[in-house]
Ligand binder design. Sequence first.
Ligand SMILES: *Cc1c(COP(=O)(O)O)cnc(C)c1O
Length: 453
Amino acid sequence: MEIPYKIYLSESELPKAWYNLRADMVNKPAPLLDPQTHQPMTAKDLEGVFCEELIKQELDETTAYIPIPTEIRDFYKMYRPAPLIRAYCLEKKLGTPAKIYYKFEGNNTSGSHKLNSAIAQAYYAKQQGLKGVTTETGAGQWGTALSMACSYFGLDCKVYMVKCSYEQKPFRREVMRTYGATVTPSPSMNTAVGRKILEAHPGTSGSLGCAISEAVEVASTTPGYRYVLGSVLNQVMLHQSVIGLETKAALDKYNVKADIIIGCAGGGSNLGGLIAPFVGEKLRGEADYRIIAVEPSSCPSLTRGKYVYDYCDTGMVCPLSKMYTLGSGYIPAPNHAGGLRYHGMNSTLSQLYADGLMEAVSVKQTEVFEAAEYFARIEGILPAPESSHAIKVAMDEARKCKETGEEKTIVFGLTGTGYFDMYAYEKFHDGKMEDYVPTDEELKKGLANLPQV
Ligand SMILES: *Cc1c(COP(=O)(O)O)cnc(C)c1O
């Protein structure tokens, strides 16, 4: 059967339920712990900060399929099912016998897969009768997706944006305001924690950890508000399973069996969502796949981190999660893939990696941008720097196939577009981009203050 350049699913083939991979895992991810008492978090403990239904999803490790409410599916229908694209042109250019497919998640205004979870989280907040939600955003993709989702459901959205991004990425900020969000540069004078940080470091340009602490404080002290998070948590990975379910349905339609599945890993949500149904088959002994997580060499949590309990945020207010981590105090070098600058990793992916069900590699940013540009010039899409980590490794695997003559099928996740990252592309074009690889000493420092669990 001739395989088209783009495999589209019809609206009726849009998944009706998310897939919860934890249900099929024998070794479940370790439970979240209370940062003070180190006891497992119960739903009750989480209620003050998070939405009720999302807590249920976070703690559910037995229900394999969780129905997608009609209201969320209706929103998905505006930009999904996302196409699975056969990279015929790239294959030809590389001269590889490998067959390359990518799932493109950049077809919405927010420009990334993050909208898949934002709309679900906004829906459950609305269902609970809340007035609004708070969150933090670093590079701005999550804040953009959440403001779109909140405006759709008529919820207020307060975004704490890391000050340096707020100043450097005015267009992202204005997109959020277009969708009605309030965007505050962090640290701010709005919160006790912000005032404290500003007093101690008057000229600070902020950090993600600090923005999280501010967003959590506002959510827990403002009636009718809760805090929502765009990655790392298992509820986010659950919502992102829509990516993998669609990918699998599209491949099945043409009887294509993937050999290698590749995704970039920041907090792990897009990768976790993409691989979930495939790893499910692997766990049930129905099929085998090579799964590869790609991370920046400047923030190598899987390849060089430790598998221990750690704080999810620099402010140490969020629950403890057992994960591969560089330490919550680790400040990654300012690389240009903002969405991958997170010290830890989703707990489910961490467990899979510990059990040898997934591989991980780290790549340097200049080689990532080389791959991004190569890809853009032949496939047309201008990829986000984060997504380009997966492109780089997919191209490496395809080149290996050229040497060995193997006709492997490679599938990778293309998480988003790079229109707001042209400053990074400019640095690359001007030859001013640097590669940061932390020394063992630097990594040791980051891991010095792990909680004693
Ligand atoms: C946020 C982001 C990522 C990384 O987040 P994950 O939770 O690891 O998926 C990757 N690509 C893009 C385009 C992003 O915006």
